[in-house]
Ligand binder design. Structure first.
Ligand SMILES: NC(=O)c1ccc[n+]([C@@H]2O[C@H](COP(=O)([O-])OP(=O)(O)OC[C@H]3O[C@@H](n4cnc5c(N)ncnc54)[C@H](OP(=O)(O)O)[C@@H]3O)[C@@H](O)[C@H]2O)c1
Length: 333
């Protein structure tokens, strides 16, 4: 059966082109479950894959899309039946396995999660990998004993996908949130999501060369990396924790050990693609309950078509211009 998909190809001179083409299910990688995709989303990693980043996608041609939500079309696994509503976030989807920017995906059953109760497929994609990443960050900090009474939590890249969900989740969980942004026009947006204070990127870009700074925050969820992540470590209160999720500024961390050995700071990593299914389910349970931010999802989402994604939004996210989450409508029910 032919279906529409975004198709990224490498030209003979090493450039990359994107087109929307017709593909057939038989060409998809092997797997036990074929899913008719209704929604996907745009993550920074998708844009890297769609523009030829071989650290993400080794081989082209390729269909990106690390998130997908839809309906089981064919299942050779007893856990899933035709008609089930399901989601996939991460694993290898959209990296080296044809992803959610196509009307069908075929994947191993172990990647498939039954749609969490209380959320629509579209809402699951508003959260998507970005939401799971933010939630995993908070989950890890709380496993170390973090509570709202310990002080404010900084979120960097706060108007982005991970950042917007992190601000909303932390506020919902009762934390004082300091949202760091490069967008001076985004204050109303961030305040609506629950940020208590809004700071410019300079707030977490220390250039003093000092090994430690005045302790100001109990923790942080960082999407930026580089000197921002270093500043977050240096200015964290004793026994606090800093979660590294991203690298939009830099993948480097030129740190000393002083924050760790003098202040007992923990540097926590989130790798959502590799997170075991049991932890994902645990985090979805919290998203349904104590971290339920359904009332904020309309504020963070913009829905686009596959054409609009291709022509505009893939480039916009690489330029740091996106606010919130982009949901891609792939097909009607
Ligand atoms: N570890 C994981 O499992 C995982 C999962 C998802 C994403 N990520 C990573 O997390 C990062 C964010 O992903 P995303 O999907 O949220 O991307 P996004 O929507 O583009 O958000 C990134 C935000 O970072 C800020 N920013 C952009 N360029 C910057 C720069 N040069 N310096 C400082 N801030 C900058 C911007 O926010 P402001 O204008 O508000 O500052 C931008 O909106 C990416 O590196 C992505 O690869 C990791």
């Amino acid at each position: 059966m032919p279906f529409k998909a975004l198709w990224v190809t490498e030209t003979a001179d090493g450039k990359f082109e994107r087109n929307i083409v017709e593909r057939v299910i038989d060409d998809l990688p092997s797997g036990e479950v074929v899913i008719r995709v209704l929604y996907s989303s745009l993550n920074y990693k998708d844009a890297l894959s769609a523009t030829g980043n071989k650290g993400i996608t080794r081989k082209y041609p390729h269909t990106p899309g690390i998130d997908a939500a839809g309906i089981v079309e064919i299942s050779r696994n007893e856990q899933f039946a035709t008609g089930d509503e399901v989601i996939i976030t991460g694993h290898d989807l959209g990296m080296n396995t044809a992803g959610g920017y196509g009307e069908f995906v075929r994947v191993p059953a172990a990647w498939v999660v039954r749609k969490p109760e209380g959320y629509t497929l579209r809402e699951c994609m508003i959260l998507g990998t970005a939401g799971i990443t933010a939630a995993l960050g908070l989950h890890k900090m709380e496993l170390l004993g973090l509570t709202p009474s310990q002080g404010p939590i900084v979120v960097t890249g706060s108007t982005g996908g991970v950042g917007s969900i992190a601000v909303s989740l932390l506020a919902k969980a009762g934390y004082e949130v300091i949202a760091v942004t490069g967008k001076s026009h985004a204050h109303e947006y961030l305040a609506h999501l629950g940020a208590h204070k809004i700071e410019s990127r300079e707030f977490v870009n220390d250039t003093s060369g000092k090994a430690l700074l005045r302790p100001q925050w109990a923790g942080a969820i960082d999407t930026v990396g580089g000197n921002t992540l270093l500043t977050l470590l240096k200015g964290c209160k004793p026994e606090g924790s800093v979660v590294s999720t991203g690298l939009v500024s830099s993948p480097k961390l030129d740190a000393t050990v002083y924050p760790f050995i003098l202040n007992g700071i923990s540097l926590l990593g989130v790798g959502s693609a590799e997170t075991p299914i049991t932890t994902r389910l645990l985090v979805w349970d919290k998203l349904k309950d104590v971290w339920n931010i359904k009332d904020k999802l309309n504020a963070v989402v913009k829905e686009v078509t596959l054409d609009e994604l291709n022509l505009t939004y893939i480039d916009s996210i690489l330029q740091g211009k996106i606010m919130g989450r982009i949901v891609v409508k792939i097909a009607d029910k």
